[in-house]
Design a protein. Structure first.
Length: 97
């Protein structure tokens, strides 16, 4: 019997898989601006937490506070987010705890 390779993303629940977000919910939409706000993201040094922090920077938030258990990972994440702030040209303050 011949082996078949299955698509790991194949599902019988959803016919369409979206790889990008809708423009109506993009962080750059003026209606979704987070200017003047502060967000605390636990576990913000990697994975989903880190991606959320990046999105808030894009949405022009004032302050992003990320937490992490490992000081080295936290320092790397803060440095990376700070670089993103410089590239984005926003005055976002990044705090790592």
């Amino acid at each position: 019997m011949a082996e078949t390779t299955q698509n790991p993303f194949a599902t019988n629940v959803t016919r369409t898989i979206h790889r990008t977000s809708s423009p109506s919910i993009a962080a750059t939409c003026p209606e979704l601006s987070q200017a003047g706000k502060t967000v605390l993201i636990t576990g913000g040094t990697a994975g989903i937490g880190f991606a959320i922090a990046k999105t808030f920077i894009t949405a022009s938030i004032s302050t992003v506070v990320i937490t992490g258990r490992r000081q080295e990972q936290l320092a790397k994440a803060v440095a990376s987010l700070t670089d993103l702030v410089v590239i984005a040209g926003h005055g976002v303050r990044i705090i790592g705890e």
